[in-house]
Design a protein around this ligand. Structure first.
Ligand code: ADP
Length: 332
């Protein structure tokens, strides 16, 4: 649905050059939600703005629904942009227009007849749960309501792609959850493809199927959210989980502290009981988290394993084979 090939973007400020993007390639499949994560200045906004050509890349190729965006004439580009909605951190609503007026705006631009546009606005107000606010002005709305208006406006011309630039960053946690719930429903019901940028892990865990991590204009990590979260050593894993802190844990003589990663099937196995039954190795729980990400259990455990040295080695081999990625944890 979206394909970026080897995108670079250089901003020139007088004699200074800033390479905001440096050879970025990304693909977002139809119906997929891909989250781009990265520190401030990593190039996230530039990247997302290259998709609808709010920024023109210095080099590379941008395809949306197979169309070569950089080859389009201005009129064709305006038309293509109607298939790409966008929402923003600070909502970017027209303060002098009502909620209904804001949502109707892109329809007027796209030349919808007023009657059909009115019907569409009503449909959208219902979709985002704001039917009673049609005549309110943005200043009379909460942050969450403003973003719902932003979403309704972005969806008005029935885009197939939604770009989201930190859409929940200015919202409190509860409102963030409700806006994320709305985006997830829209993704599922309308099959909308979503490319979003965020610095909130919660956003990735709640609605993203895949993730890309951007650092200094380059993609340094990319994959399915669950796979990246569950694998020790990835940036996503490090961002999500603090290092194990076994401070003060009284390791028994011969005992070993081992971190285990759990995801999907591996989280559903009675792994600790297996260690006891098959290898005579006892596992004591020291720390752990287990949560559902996209409906799949993901988490990790810190256990102390005790048993005969040979049995311990066999148990560790078994854990490795079964995908628990056992890691020795130093005793603090
Ligand atoms: P992020 O969204 O990850 O914070 P940006 O894409 O906004 O990153 O910025 C990436 C880099 O490009 C930064 O160094 C930023 O200062 C620079 N930059 C962004 N927009 C412009 C611009 N219009 N002119 C010059 N430099 C810019």
């Amino acid at each position: 649905m979206i394909e970026l090939r080897d995108i670079s973007k250089v901003y020139r400020q007088g004699k200074r050059e800033v390479r905001a993007l440096d050879g970025v390639s990304l693909r977002v499949a139809p119906g997929e939600v891909l989250g781009v994560l990265g520190h401030s200045g990593a190039g996230k906004s530039t990247l997302i703005r290259c998709v609808n050509l709010l920024e023109r890349p210095t080099a590379g190729e941008v395809r949306v629904e197979g169309r070569d965006m950089l080859a389009l004439a201005p009129r064709e580009l305006r038309h293509a942009r109607q298939g790409i909605g966008m929402i923003f951190q600070h909502f970017n609503l027209f303060s002098s227009q009502t909620v209904a007026g804001n949502i109707a705006y892109p329809l007027a631009i796209a030349g919808w007849p007023p009657g059909r546009a009115r019907e569409r606005v009503e449909e959208l107000l219902a979709l985002v749960g704001l039917s009673d606010k049609a005549q309110a002005y943005p200043a009379q709305l909460s942050g969450g309501q403003k973003q719902r208006v932003g979403i309704a406006r972005a969806l008005a011309p029935r885009p197939r792609v939604l770009l989201s630039d930190e859409a929940t960053s200015a919202l409190d946690p509860e409102t963030t959850r409700s806006v994320l719930g709305l985006l997830r429903d829209i993704n599922r019901q309308l099959g909308l493809t979503i490319l979003l940028i965020t610095h909130q892990m919660e956003v990735l865990k709640e609605i993203c199927h895949s993730a890309a991590v951007l650092e200094r204009g380059r993609v340094v990590e990319q994959g399915k959210v669950i796979d990246l979260l569950a694998r020790p050593g990835t940036r996503l894993n490090a961002l999500c989980y603090a290092p194990f802190a076994a401070a003060g844990w009284p390791v028994r003589p011969g005992g070993r502290l081992v971190g285990l990663s759990l995801a999907g099937d591996s989280a559903a196995q009675p792994v600790l009981a297996q260690l006891a039954r098959r290898f005579g190795v006892d596992a004591t729980l020291v720390e752990g988290t287990l949560e559902r990400v996209g409906g799949v259990p993901v988490g990790r455990l810190l256990v102390e394993l005790t048993g005969a040295p040979e049995a311990l080695e066999q148990a560790l081999g078994h854990l490795r084979e079964q995908g628990y990625s056992p890691e020795p944890v130093a005793h603090a």
